[in-house]
Design a protein around this ligand. Structure first.
Ligand SMILES: Cc1ncc(COP(=O)(O)O)c(C=O)c1O
Length: 430
């Protein structure tokens, strides 16, 4: 018998958080670090939302409440879903959670038995792969290709479907690529699932970036496609669109009230309920027309920064960066840079154990933090199965334009610093 349960070996992490330890160390050494690693808006929650929470706390609305979520908030979610997806949802099918992340685990716990297969995008939000393994599922990464703009088609999905498929996870707009699923591509995916999958196969549609789209695009959800409402767990929340990451507020719309009851029971077994004053603030976020301008201003800022950042990155030798359509990340290919700076060679000469724990882009990531004060996240943090030989970094544009400009200056200098990289590898014995 060992102290720690065996399943913990299968639990991964989210490197956007763990890179924090490197940043802290670099800052202790006096380095100013530009945080391109961050997965949250650099805006604060809006006044009208803050005031609503404060008012409720002052009125004593800070006790246990319905573990499924306040009916008033679930009604506001239903109205938001009707306005944005054109479907009528009974509040019985909605469960409120502390963020959009918990529904990932709730869905695995509800639907997935050991040996069942879970399909998820890779590169994608790391928690999909982590929790699929933790729940004993067989992970089936759907590899997204740079030359297809990180979108995928029904013919990419089809070979992954099997008798054991239980959950198909979609994420649009995507973390980390900023790709968006829409139009005929989304129709075809829905059509394939409808035709090829039994009624017990569920789609988990992670739409937490639903508010953040560029170039006048409108958000589209698979839940609106024929036959999909009956099998889709639609998930979103307030973290990204309302800049409320630390509030911890999200929700899931389940295909049936019975499935919502299971999510609620899992809530009872873990968190009990989401604080009522936070839910009331979340309700105000949906109901108060002031939210529209706040979101529009934030999205315009992200778009302006993307418009600066993507061409500036493409102008650096060794970097090739696609233009994201939503969310607030860019996801450049740094393969040529990894080769020219010596990161591929350095990685190849590592002892087997260390080699397994890092990648060429991972070495580049550390070099950028410790020598140039630029924090990024390596592609391998976004699903590692089958990702060998892929050299990308994720950089967030949730940072002011002046910091983006400074970051580009530093990246350009780092990209030609072959000697500095060699010295770094020697010094740190990475
Ligand atoms: C794709 C995706 N899903 C879910 C989450 C989790 O969101 P929340 O902070 O609301 O739990 C994130 C956060 O980065 C994300 O990128």
């Amino acid at each position: 018998m060992s102290l720690i349960a065996r399943r913990i070996d299968d639990l991964g992490t989210e490197n956007a958080f763990t890179v924090g330890a490197h940043i802290a160390r670099a800052e202790e050494a006096g380095i100013d670090v530009i945080r391109f690693n961050l997965g949250e808006p650099d805006f604060d929650s809006a006044d009208h939302i803050n005031r609503e929470a404060i008012r409720h706390i002052e009125e004593g609305n800070a006790h246990y409440v319905d573990p499924q979520g306040l009916l008033s908030f679930r009604r506001a979610i239903a109205e938001h879903v009707a306005a944005t997806r054109g479907i009528g949802v009974d509040p019985d099918r909605i469960v409120v959670t502390p963020g959009a992340k918990p529904p990932i685990g709730l869905a695995m716990a509800t639907y997935v038995d050991p040996g069942d297969e879970v399909i998820y995008p890779s590169p994608g939000f790391p928690i999909y792969e982590s929790l699929a393994r933790y729940h004993g599922a067989v992970p089936r990464p759907l590899h997204l290709q740079e030359d297809a703009g990180f979108a995928f088609t029904a013919s990419d999905l089809q070979p992954l479907l099997s008798e054991r498929t239980k959950l198909i996870i979609l994420n649009s707009p995507s973390n980390p690529t900023g790709a968006v699923l829409s139009g005929p591509g989304l129709d075809e995916v829905a059509d394939l699932v409808d035709r090829a999958c039994g009624p017990d196969v569920r789609i988990f549609s992670d739409e937490v970036y639903e508010h953040i789209l560029f170039d006048g695009r409108r958000h589209e959800s698979i839940v609106t496609r024929p036959g999909m409402e009956a099998r889709t767990i639609l998930v979103s929340g307030h973290s990204k669109g309302f800049a409320m990451t630390g509030w911890r507020l999200g929700w899931a719309v389940l295909p049936t009230p019975d499935e919502a009851e299971i999510f609620t029971r899992l809530n009872i077994n873990t968190i009990s309920c989401v604080p009522p004053f936070i839910q009331e603030a979340g309700r105000a976020a949906y109901e108060d027309p002031a939210s529209r301008d706040v979101i529009d201003a934030m999205v315009a800022a992200f778009e302006e920064r993307r418009n600066f950042f993507v061409p500036a990155l493409n102008d650096i030798d060794g970097i090739r960066c696609a233009t994201p359509q939503g969310a607030f990340y860019v996801f450049p290919n740094v393969e040529r840079l990894c080769r020219s700076i010596g990161a591929v060679e350095a990685w190849e000469s590592l002892p087997a154990g260390r080699k397994r724990r890092t990648t060429p882009a991972g070495l580049l990531q550390l070099f950028l933090i410790y020598r140039y004060g630029v924090a990024t996240v390596d592609r391998h943090a976004f699903g590692s199965i089958g990702a060998d030989g892929q050299h990308f970094l994720r950089l967030s544009v949730a940072t002011g334009l002046d910091r983006l400009e400074e970051g580009v200056r530093r990246l350009r200098a780092a990209a030609s610093d072959v000697e500095g990289f060699a010295a770094f590898v020697d010094d740190r014995a990475v």
